[in-house]
Design a protein around this ligand. Structure first.
Ligand code: FDP
Length: 341
């Protein structure tokens, strides 16, 4: 009998236990972060259940509203946003919330205020809801500078100031990937226990990958470095094998695969969208934070993604993220472009 394996199966590392273990490394900690995270986990569990039931419960379909980005809003988007906002406010640990679904930042009322700012996309990849493709929640957490007087500047900070970031993917299993700035860990929801269990400890992205992930339908509008890079992926001149293309069109799922298998995920600028499509605060930053923590890189075409300073809460940015060596290649192409080579 493999006693070690058996011990592992019976000694479950839940996300709560994991976070409390981390917290115990900081004796001065008041446990506020653990409480905040438990409310985020609750939101993820709720959304996971709603997503799983969506087809049956006839929850899917248009809610008849349009969100701030001018996109059709689905009922699940509305529901997920409400659940997360309520869970975060009731944690008593937040002071500013920025959601993809809300035009304005939400300043939490004084009596329920805490020290954390949470930026989040409650249901990313929503165009995939109706066909059952994996979708997810993305979040990033900042600490407010002055909790008596929180301002928008507390969330308009570079991503490198985030204390933690993560996503929860609602797919064939429900997986929560989290970094508190000391590596990346993945937890899978055990539906019978209702608990997220540590299944992917200390995730490290392969240094180089064999997959590129991009919406090639935009190719005619790409700039030269992106076009050259994708050409290199398909027709490498150094004798290496071409890369495989995988594109789900749901950021959480595409990034999750990139994190586990390696490779590169691109949502570049193009002539029609000079800032790309993805949102800085609650898409680009959390995913870039996770990539760096896993040993990869994230680049905007001009700079390290986590050094961007957003001007508005719904700003967008081009993004190239993934395996260290793959991102190095696209950086070299942009550097050559600047030098006019
Ligand atoms: P969606 O429009 O379905 O909500 O930013 C949202 C997002 O999905 C990402 O999840 C996804 O990576 C990207 O947009 C897909 O965009 P394209 O359809 O332009 O490829």
């Amino acid at each position: 009998m493999d006693h070690e394996a058996d011990a592992y199966r019976t000694d479950l590392m839940t996300i709560t236990r994991f976070v409390l273990n981390e917290q115990s490394k900081y004796p001065e900690s008041r446990g506020d972060f653990s409480i905040l995270l438990s409310h985020i986990v609750l939101g993820c569990k709720f959304v996971c259940t709603a997503v799983n039931k969506a087809g049956l419960a006839k929850l899917i379909g248009l809610a008849g509203e349009t969100n701030v980005q001018g996109e059709e809003q689905k009922k699940l988007d509305v529901l997920s946003n409400e659940v997360f906002v309520k869970a975060l406010v009731s944690s008593g640990r937040t002071c500013i919330l920025v959601s993809e679904e809300d035009e304005e930042a939400n300043f939490v009322e004084h009596s329920k205020r805490g020290r954390y700012c949470v930026v989040f996309d409650p249901l990313d990849g929503s165009s995939n809801i109706d066909c059952g493709v994996s979708i997810g929640t993305i979040f990033g957490i900042y600490m407010v500078k002055d909790d008596h007087d929180p301002t928008l500047d507390d969330v308009l900070q570079p991503g490198k100031h985030m204390l933690a970031a993560g996503y929860c993917m609602y797919g064939s299993s429900c997986t929560l990937v989290l970094s508190t700035g000391e590596g990346v860990n993945g937890f899978t929801l055990d539906p019978s226990l209702g608990e997220f269990i540590l299944t992917h400890p200390d995730i490290k992205i392969p240094k180089k990958g064999k997959i590129y992930s991009v919406n090639e339908g935009n190719a005619k509008n790409w700039d030269a470095p992106t076009a050259k890079y994708v050409e290199k992926c398909k027709f490498p001149k150094d004798g290496s094998s071409p890369k495989s293309l995988r594109y789900i069109g749901s950021m959480v799922a595409d990034v999750h695969r990139t994190l586990l298998y390696g490779g590169i995920f691109l949502y570049p600028a193009d002539k029609k969208s000079p800032n790309g499509k993805l949102r800085v605060l609650y898409e680009v930053f959390p995913m870039s934070f996770l990539m760096e923590q896993a040993g990869g890189q994230a680049f905007t075409g001009k700079q390290r993604a986590l050094e961007l300073i957003p001007e508005k809460i719904h700003d967008r940015s081009p993004i190239f993220l993934g395996s260290y060596d793959d991102v190095e290649e696209i950086k070299a192409l942009y550097a050559a472009e600047v030098k006019g080579e």
